[in-house]
Ligand binder design. Sequence first.
Ligand SMILES: [Fe+2]
Length: 337
Amino acid sequence: MISLTPSFFKTALLTTALMSAGLVYAANPEGIVVYNAQHEGLTKAWVEGFTQETGIPVTLRNGDDTEMGNQIVQEGDKSPADVFLTENSPAMVLVDNAGLLAPVAPTTLEQVGAPYRPAHGRWVGIAARSTVFVYNPSKLTEADLPKSLLDLAGPSWKGRWGASPAGADFQAIVSAVLELKGEAATLEWLKGMKANFTAYRGNSSVLKAVNAGQIDSGVIYHYYAYVDQAKTGENSKNTKLYYFKHKDPGAFVSISGGGVLKSSKHQEDAQAFLKWITGKEGQEVLEKGKSFEYAVGVNAQSNPKLVPLKELDAPVIDASKLNSKKAVELMTQAGLL
Ligand SMILES: [Fe+2]
């Protein structure tokens, strides 16, 4: 039984007053749950801007691509997630292949450039990142640089480069090699990699090792170096970045994805979130914030410090075809995992 005490009336009055002032979101007071595999700092900035503008609260559950993707598939239509954000495309493809995504609103799709979203429209690009070759110029000269990512499997690169094979970032690069070169060539390349490379845990550790001269070079994503430069530069001051370009597999640009779960009971709010992060303000977070990832909005600008996305001459890849399962299988077969 509800007792109608003075404090009950006070609360009711206050809620009504706040609602009419637009400070309490009436339709869905508990807000939305976002399973977030993107870098936490970036997503937090998005959430703050979105909630400030719309009043819709967002609860974040953070993890990595593989972990969160598998969790959603396991939870199926009972997942508490309303939205899924990934660092790379393969985890989103995994969830999509399980039939768990609702179509993204056309007004959101329109905001994102066609190369940065799959044509089927069940998820959309929210940011992008480029593969890059990082090297220590005291160890390698420009003349030594590889023409292609695939060259790194050759005998002259033995003991001279590093990567983080257990991470979803590098596994996305392998899935791109697989999509471009096929299974046999990819396995061959991975075997050469196994013979030549040194494994690190995380792209930051690769960058650090190159900077310290422990290893000549590494394959990472571009923003790790830019983020470090924007801080103290202590883990990148002895490094240079080299972009493969020429549509090489090493010029792969990985798309971070956003999708709304079909099972979400807050479809409207979940769609509003995707619309906001791919819209003007959301993309400005990429331009002006500290993530150094690329913006993918049609009229959006990326951080001016970055090499423009168009100059990277990335290979054309249908992100909805990236197959992380097969990539992981081949990496296991080659002894990398
Ligand atoms: Fe990353």
